[in-house]
Write a protein that binds this ligand. Structure first.
Ligand code: SF4
Length: 311
């Protein structure tokens, strides 16, 4: 990393009362300069909590929007506005309105990986760490429209033993992960443990076999829970089924363990758009800013507050 760039970032951060928040999927250089690294829920909570005038949000667009809704008085900067999300793009607001019309009275629960407009049409927002809890908290008589990730939906349906209507969306990174890849790696590495994000396409099969074989070394976890599990695990080899960016933080916390991504090409091109140079540019120009309109923000806030309040 260029030392002069780092020095400028540090000086500008201080002068402008700015903090850098980074998602676990960011490139290692960004994670290393961030004041806080976490998952969507952790970052949303941190954005609320930090005393700062400017937040440099190193993540993707919907995350910066969530921070803007939660912190209308802070300037939220996303160093590259093209950092989007294929999962968030898998449903638009007209499709959701049509779905709602066909299901009057249904409760809409939306993943945090959605646009602010979708959140404004939702009753609850959730992350992978509290999806099960949120669905369980909803009146059993109510129909639930769950969006937009079908793999996470299938996982929640199984965990809650509750029939839910699931939107057929997916994240291109997690959808490409197969059970075959896990199986091959487990055959190759002894003394292993497997951490699987419920957004992964391999989830249903992995769950079926782990339950069938009473296998205690396969865990379905949110990104943050994966971090904790990786730290506490006594296994030598840890197979990780999610975006490869998480391995940087895991390896830093447990340098003696061997972390193996189920597929080295499981990277999110959107997350990797943020670079140290773009962070510096954002600090210099105080842009590009992500600002959600007041009308949408007010409507979306109830659903987001429910997500932040649910542990
Ligand atoms: S990894 Fe998938 S869900 Fe996450 S930001 Fe990238 S495209 Fe969206």
């Amino acid at each position: 990393m260029n030392l002069n760039t780092l020095k400028q970032i540090s000086e500008l951060k201080k002068a402008k009362k700015a903090v850098i928040l980074a998602h676990n999927y960011q490139i290692p250089e960004i994670q290393d300069i961030a004041d806080f690294v976490g998952d969507s829920l952790g970052l949303a909570r941190k954005a609320l909590e930090v005393e700062a005038e400017i937040i440099i949000f190193c993540g993707v667009h919907f995350m910066a929007e969530t921070a803007s809704i939660l912190c209308p008085n802070k300037k939220i900067l996303l160093p590259d506005l093209d950092a989007g999300c294929s999962l968030a793009d898998s449903i638009n607001v007209s499709q959701l309105k049509e779905w709602k019309l066909k299901n009057p009275g249904a409760v809409v629960v939306s993943y945090v990986n959605t646009t602010a407009e979708i959140k404004a049409e939702s009753d609850y927002c959730f992350t992978s760490s509290n999806a099960v809890k949120i669905v369980e908290s909803i009146d059993k008589e109510k129909k639930i429209l769950f969006l937009p990730d079908m793999f996470l939906g299938a996982y929640v349906q199984k965990k809650t033993k509750r029939k839910i209507e699931i939107w057929p969306g997916e994240c291109h990174v997690h959808a490409a992960m197969t059970y075959e890849e896990i199986k091959n790696l487990r055959d190759e590495y002894d003394n292993n443990e497997v951490l699987i994000h419920p957004e992964c396409a391999c989830g249903s099969e992995a769950m079926y076999y782990s339950e069938k074989n009473n296998d205690k070394n396969v865990h379905f976890l949110s990104t943050e829970a994966m971090m904790n599990k990786a730290k506490d695990s006594t296994s030598e080899n840890i197979i990780v089924a999610t975006e490869t960016g998480v391995i940087h933080k895991m390896q830093k916390a447990s340098p003696d363990k061997n972390f193996i991504p189920i597929n080295t090409s499981a990277t999110c091109k959107y997350m990797k758009m943020i670079t140290v140079e773009k962070v510096l540019e954002s600090l210099k120009t105080e842009g590009p800013e992500v600002k959600v309109s007041r009308e949408i923000a007010i409507k979306a806030k109830t659903a987001i507050d429910r997500m932040v309040e649910t542990g």
